[in-house]
Design a protein around this ligand. Structure first.
Ligand SMILES: NC(=O)c1ccc[n+]([C@@H]2O[C@H](COP(=O)([O-])OP(=O)(O)OC[C@H]3O[C@@H](n4cnc5c(N)ncnc54)[C@H](OP(=O)(O)O)[C@@H]3O)[C@@H](O)[C@H]2O)c1
Length: 327
């Protein structure tokens, strides 16, 4: 069975995702936008047969099996629920929703409708991350005690930009922090506690934040992210007998080294490749659809909900509130 994809939203990531996935052989049959003009222009650029002037029309398209939601965070739950109600499988951009409550509603609806649901955390699907998991699982760095990871970007400071607008779910954590958080959870599991400190913009979104997560057994994650600064964006997984150092930019296809406990490099890896992670992620989602398993795998919805709850708590501690927090 070939999975026929529809896309909701015609912004930045929709372009990157569709461009990369088309090159990887993924089949896009329709795109939906708030305006027909934008849908038509996107469809023409990427050779997509049908353009719809509303998201409702896109999900009503009988030839669409799976919907990729690429709208601002504040719309994810609503757009995912629209697709699920139309019986479509749904891949939702990160962060999956604004709150854990919203995430739970989406996942419950997908289960009731018997459709596949997944958060589009593409970094998890990179072959280099499979190698990192393998090195850790084989015990080559011993018991993991610390994950260090950052995600910084110098992004537009226009107050109307979705990243700076609380009404659109702006802020560093939902956009950038989700990468190191999801990585730490992938390596060490859901933390037992979270301590957050952050700096807020005049509009009330987090411009930078630091998190200390404590995991089962006392291991910790030290994570930092910000949307108005640059850094090397590297990551390390540190164990009792060695460590893994992922180079800049750690959450994209890159190089990394395995070091022994004295810091001597014992193996070098090159995760750079022809595909970006988007193709791997789309193929993984298609396997869920065609196998009928519908969830589980590398980005399980229960883990997504737990990550959203962790971020709810971090936001509570630093004082970032969105409309969705009011229920
Ligand atoms: N995986 C990744 O590497 C990656 C990278 C960047 C962003 N993202 C995620 O992708 C999502 C979208 O980010 P983006 O950077 O693509 O955003 P963007 O460029 O602003 O595009 C968002 C699109 O959503 C639609 N939209 C619906 N309601 C909107 C509203 N009120 N304001 C603005 N746009 C609205 C618009 O499409 P129409 O006009 O066609 O309806 C718009 O083009 C976010 O969840 C973000 O975290 C993921």
């Amino acid at each position: 069975m070939t999975v026929r994809w529809g896309v909701i939203g015609t912004g930045g990531i929709a372009r990157s995702f569709v461009g990369d996935c088309t090159a990887a052989g993924v089949e896009f049959v329709a795109v939906g936008s708030r305006t027909l003009e934008s849908a038509r222009s996107f469809a023409a650029e990427f050779g997509i047969p049908r353009a719809h002037g509303s998201y409702a029309d896109l999900v009503a398209d009988d030839e669409v099996d799976a919907v990729y939601v690429a709208t601002p965070h504040s719309r994810h739950a609503e757009d995912a629920l629209l697709a699920i109600a139309a019986g479509k499988h749904v891949l939702v951009e990160k962060a999956f929703t604004i709150t854990a409550d919203e995430a739970r509603r989406v996942v419950d609806a997908a289960r009731r409708a018997d459709v596949a649901v997944m958060e589009a955390m593409w970094t998890r699907f990179l072959p280099q991350m499979a190698m990192v998991r393998e090195v850790v699982a084989e015990g080559r760095i011993g018991r993991v005690r610390l994950v260090e990871a950052t995600h910084h970007q110098a992004l537009p400071d226009d107050p109307r930009h979705r990243l700076n607008d609380p009404a659109l779910g702006g802020g560093a954590m939902l956009d950038l922090g989700i990468y190191p958080i999801s990585f730490a959870v992938d390596v060490l599991g859901i933390p037992t506690s979270v301590v957050a400190a952050g700096t807020l913009s005049e509009q009330g979104v987090d411009t930078q934040m630091g998190l200390v997560l404590t995991h089962e057994g006392g291991a910790q994650s030290m994570l930092h992210f910000g949307l108005d600064l640059r850094s090397p964006n590297t990551a390390s997984v540190i164990g009792e007998d060695g460590r893994i150092d992922l180079d800049s930019t750690w959450f994209t296809p890159t190089t990394w080294r395995l070091r022994d406990r004295d810091g001597v490099v014992v193996e070098e890896f090159d995760g750079r490749e022809e595909l970006t992670g988007y193709g791997h992620e789309a193929r993984a989602f298609e396997s869920m659809v065609t196998s009928g398993t519908h969830e589980g795998g590398l980005m399980d919805p229960e883990e997504t909900i737990a990550i959203m709850a962790l971020m709810d708590e971090a936001r509570r501690q630093v004082g970032v509130r969105y409309a969705a927090d009011r229920g």
